[in-house]
Design a binder for this molecule. Structure first.
Ligand code: G3I
Length: 376
């Protein structure tokens, strides 16, 4: 963690404690959690700091509308939505331009917030010439392995001391079904590409927390894809792969099924029982699920409450990141598969940066962690 971020975090927390002390009329120690003390208005960042958790947002760049207005006031962590992906860093293999990504890393440091690195290895957004260079090599598997080795060393090394956590491998499962995705990496290197990617990331940045990031259609423990993912995690553990945690994406995109607090919390607990930390890494909840009902805003907020509350209810769950700052700028509205249900309005701020009901329900859910750890 950057020194700036630590100092800023404590400054935020100190502010909350002082305000709460006056509000509660007590001179020194708090009689109860400052962010759930009546009359104390906290932000998500303050409540997360107090709970020892992260509440972050994905950003495209520091200059994006809404970023300066909400970081670090409302979010104590940022993820590069695209800028740190292989093909965004290097349009062609080996030709890196860190300008956009460095701007995000330097912004996070300056604002005293945590930086999540996203993502070192993924089938999408790759350098435009990677596939051909591999397929045309005398030994494609060896060539791909060399590219992977160099990429992870270059990028994780570049951001060492800045990125506190990495999504090392993103979406190892097939987008359809429960098997491993037949990506370029899997086809030439087998499942071992996952092991090797984590081991290389650990060498490149021994301080960073290393996560495996995945999306799910269902969170039921009976779901084949869930079972396949848990089995993969167990294999990686048995092979002593240096994996610290799991990123659970949680995109409720208007098509995939919803979940309940109970179901989601059991899913998180199953991951925690493998000895892994968890982060909800890409949370957004399309309003389109609820349009036929009487109060779409309240229904959306209830699902945010369920997901954030499930994380707060599982000690191994370290935080939540929403996949964007405000409703006017969400990947769901521009992705062809989901565009028919646009505008999705899936985030915690509306397009004018007004906090939505989902913001306040998420805030209430965070307080559950405070009550659990007995901040009194
Ligand atoms: O950078 C180019 C730009 O030069 C060009 O002018 C513009 C118009 O074609 O496209 C820009 O690239 C876009 C890129 O985002 C950067 O904005 C791509 O077309 C667009 O497809 C890409 O979408 C991103 C998507 O990943 C790619 O699969 C979304 O913004 C991003 O939110 C989304 O995020 C992923 C996570 O990384 C992994 N989990 C799923 C999540 C949603 O797909």
């Amino acid at each position: 963690m950057g020194k700036g971020s630590l100092m800023c975090r404590y400054a935020r927390l100190t502010f909350v404690v002082i305000v709460a002390s006056f509000a509660a009329g007590c001179g020194g120690g708090l009689s109860e959690s400052s962010c759930s003390t009546p009359g104390v208005e906290c932000t998500l960042a303050q409540a997360a700091d107090e709970a020892g958790m992260w509440f972050g947002a994905a950003i495209e760049s520091p200059s994006q509308f809404g970023v300066e207005q909400t970081v670090p006031s409302d979010f104590n962590s940022v993820t590069a939505e695209n800028a740190m992906k292989w093909g965004e860093l290097a349009r062609t293999v080996g030709n890196y331009d860190f300008t956009r990504a460095d701007a995000i890393a330097q912004f996070a440091e300056a604002k005293g917030v945590r930086l999540r690195g996203h993502t070192l290895v993924w089938r999408d957004q790759l350098p435009v010439d990677l596939r051909d260079k591999v397929l045309n090599a005398v030994d494609p598997a060896r060539k791909l392995d060399e590219f992977l080795d160099d990429h992870i060393a270059t990028v994780a090394g570049h951001f060492a001391g800045q990125a506190e956590v990495w999504d090392v491998v993103n979406e190892p499962l097939s987008a359809v079904g429960a098997s491993l995705d037949r990506s370029l990496f899997y086809r030439f290197l087998g499942e071992q590409f996952i092991d090797d990617s984590f081991r290389r990331a650990r060498i490149a940045d021994p301080e960073a927390k290393l996560y495996l990031n995945e999306f799910f259609y269902s969170y039921a423990l009976t779901d084949d894809r869930v079972q396949s993912f848990l089995a993969l995690l167990a294999r990686l553990r048995d092979r002593e792969v240096p994996i610290d945690g799991v990123g659970v994406q949680a995109h409720f995109n208007g098509i995939t099924p919803l979940t309940t607090r109970s179901e989601f919390q059991k899913f998180l607990t199953a991951i925690a029982n493998l000895g892994l930390s968890i982060e909800i890494t890409e949370l957004d909840v399309s309003e389109s699920y609820f349009r036929s009902g009487t109060n779409a805003t309240a229904a959306q907020a209830a699902l945010y409450r369920a997901v954030v509350g499930a994380c707060a209810g599982v000690p191994a769950c370290r935080g939540i990141t929403v996949w964007g700052i405000h409703d006017g700028d969400t990947w769901l509205d521009t992705t062809p598969l989901f565009a028919p249900n646009a505008p999705h309005r899936p985030l915690l701020f509306d397009s004018l940066l007004t906090r939505k009901t989902a913001y306040y329900e998420s805030l209430s859910a965070l307080a559950e962690r405070n009550n659990q750890i007995g901040i009194r």
